[in-house]
Design a protein around this ligand. Structure first.
Ligand code: ZN
Length: 250
């Protein structure tokens, strides 16, 4: 049906959708929280707990890319090639995916965004994307975990193999109730291929190369909260600290 509309028809439809989204999402008073932290800092765990607590949908960028790779889409194939050569997913693909995802109705309350931005340019583009829809990032939460602790965390991370669930565990810090089985859906847990020890240090190097610039970009932003944790901090404590900091800021 869309093909029969022609270019002008699709353009009108897009403009109409854009205006409708602004009105609709405004009405819901959308709130956007950005979670930043190194690989293994607990972004996904914290975001899914915040989702349950605040009723704002968790938007895990990494999972969106993994879904594209699984479905073998054009974006998935390009990203797989990038990752295989030690690069990040391209900005173009990142924002196409984000744009597509954030148009969905589930995000009418806003989003808890995690896994993006990976670079300074992406940080700027994310602001622009939200501005385009008449929004801004309300809170930026930075999870601070030392590199030594991250190196210890990643190889112990386990992910639910059910792709619709995808809950994250840690063998020591956040274990499942029954070893190897997801608490939420009962599927088997598995190790993510990029959490293998030989790849972890490369990922940390990529993260560190961009982290300082991104943090500097947000340094003067309002509503930045920092939550420091180490490998002796329980997930519950870390979450309560984060929730308190976010509520104080927002
Ligand atoms: Zn599960």
């Amino acid at each position: 049906m869309l093909a029969r509309l022609g270019t002008l028809g699709r353009y009108i439809l897009e403009v109409w959708f854009f205006l409708a989204r602004i009105l609709y999402f405004r009405w819901y008073n959308a709130r956007y929280i950005l979670i930043i932290g190194g690989p293994g800092s607990g972004k996904s765990t914290m975001a899914s707990r915040l989702e349950a607590r605040l009723g704002i949908k968790h938007l895990p960028m990494g999972d969106l890319f993994r879904r594209e790779i699984r479905n073998n889409t054009a974006i998935g194939r390009a990203t797989k090639a990038n990752v295989a050569s030690g690069k990040l997913a391209s900005d173009w693909h990142t924002f196409r995916l984000l744009y597509r995802e954030m148009r969905k109705r589930e995000y009418c309350n806003g989003a808890i965004i995690e896994g993006v931005p990976r670079t300074l340019i992406q940080a700027k583009k994310l602001e622009l994307l939200l501005l385009f829809w008449g929004h801004k990032i309300d809170t930026i939460a930075i999870l601070e975990v030392s590199e030594a602790d991250l190196l210890e965390r990643l190889p112990n991370r386990r992910i639910c193999s059910n792709k619709d669930c995808g809950r994250t565990y840690h063998l020591k810090l956040n274990p499942s109730k029954v070893a190897g089985i997801c608490d939420k859906c009962g599927s088997a847990l598995e190790q993510r291929p990029d959490d293998r020890p030989e790849i972890v240090s490369d990922r940390l190097a990529i993260f560190n190369a961009n982290a300082a610039e991104i943090q500097a970009f947000y340094a003067h932003a309002r509503n930045v909260v920092r939550v420091t944790m180490d490998n002796d901090t329980s997930v519950d404590d870390a979450f309560l600290n984060l929730l308190y900091a976010i509520e104080q800021a927002g």
